[in-house]
Design a binder for this molecule. Structure first.
Ligand SMILES: [Zn+2]
Length: 261
């Protein structure tokens, strides 16, 4: 039981946003439940903590960040030009170089440490067209089932894609909250295509093609946007923008409903 708790807490720490949330999570006393008008759910105190993960990836917190100690690059935050300018193609003949391989390894470590489900090289200050993404059963288990089902969120193995080219494969879209390690502490609703195809090179320089739908398609679009210097806030439904603490408040009148269309 202890081990499960420890694992849970360790995972929740970066997701929990505030010390208050952590305290809430640890408190032996049942605390007031919160009601979520969007999901019509009433959550227990431990679920209050897990609901913070609702926006999916990107849950990292700089406050507890000890990247320096781990010899990891910091996550670059909104405002740094590297996040607002197009990134450069990676020369295929350099993919196997120590330099590029180290960038990829650093990106994977930064993403997993955050933890997040995707990262683009500009987010560690490197203006190169490289993305990494991964979603696990464990991350998904921290979000309400109703939500992950609506989002069509399923685990997928680590993907490393260099020079990705993204195509949408249908005109079907979905609106859900998302966030970003470079805009931490906030969420907003973004409309994304439901079916995409990404071609590019893997970390050995071999061509790859990924066909994705649902949440994975969203992550791919979010990460590919980074390579164009586009953050989700450039595409969000503006009046849905909010702090993580306010994630469960209802959408303002006039906002489009969440869900696939
Ligand atoms: Zn991002």
């Amino acid at each position: 039981m202890k081990a499960i708790e420890a694992l849970h807490l360790r995972c929740m720490l970066p997701l929990s946003i505030t010390k208050k949330t952590l305290f809430t999570h640890q408190s032996p006393t049942p605390l007031s439940s919160i009601s979520n008008p969007q999901l019509s759910l009433t959550l227990s105190s431990s679920q209050t903590a897990t609901v913070r993960t609702r926006a999916g990836w990107f849950l990292g917190l700089t406050k507890d960040n000890n990247n320096k100690k781990m010899n990891l690059p910091d996550t670059v935050k909104a405002g740094d030009p590297v996040l607002h300018e197009p990134a450069q193609e990676v020369d295929p003949s350099e993919i196997k170089s120590e330099k590029v391989q180290k960038i990829i390894d650093d990106m994977i470590r930064v993403m997993r440490k955050a933890p997040g489900v995707g990262l683009a090289a500009p987010q560690i200050g490197i203006p190169s067209r490289i993305i990494v993404l991964e979603d696990t059963k464990e991350y998904i288990s921290y979000a309400p089932k109703e939500e992950t089902k609506a989002q069509d969120r399923r685990p997928f193995d680590l993907l490393v894609i260099l020079n990705p080219k993204l195509k949408n494969k249908s005109n079907k879209t979905a609106l859900f909250f998302e966030g970003c390690l470079s805009v931490d502490g906030f969420r907003a609703v973004v409309e994304r295509y439901l079916d995409v195809e990404v071609t590019g090179l893997d970390r050995n320089g071999e061509p790859i093609k990924i066909t994705a739908s649902g949440w994975q398609a969203r992550v791919l679009q979010h990460e590919c946007d980074h390579l164009e210097g586009t953050l989700y806030v450039d595409k969000m439904v503006p009046r849905t923008f909010r702090t993580v603490e306010n994630l469960d408040l209802p959408l303002a009148q006039g906002c489009p409903k969440l869900g696939p269309w």
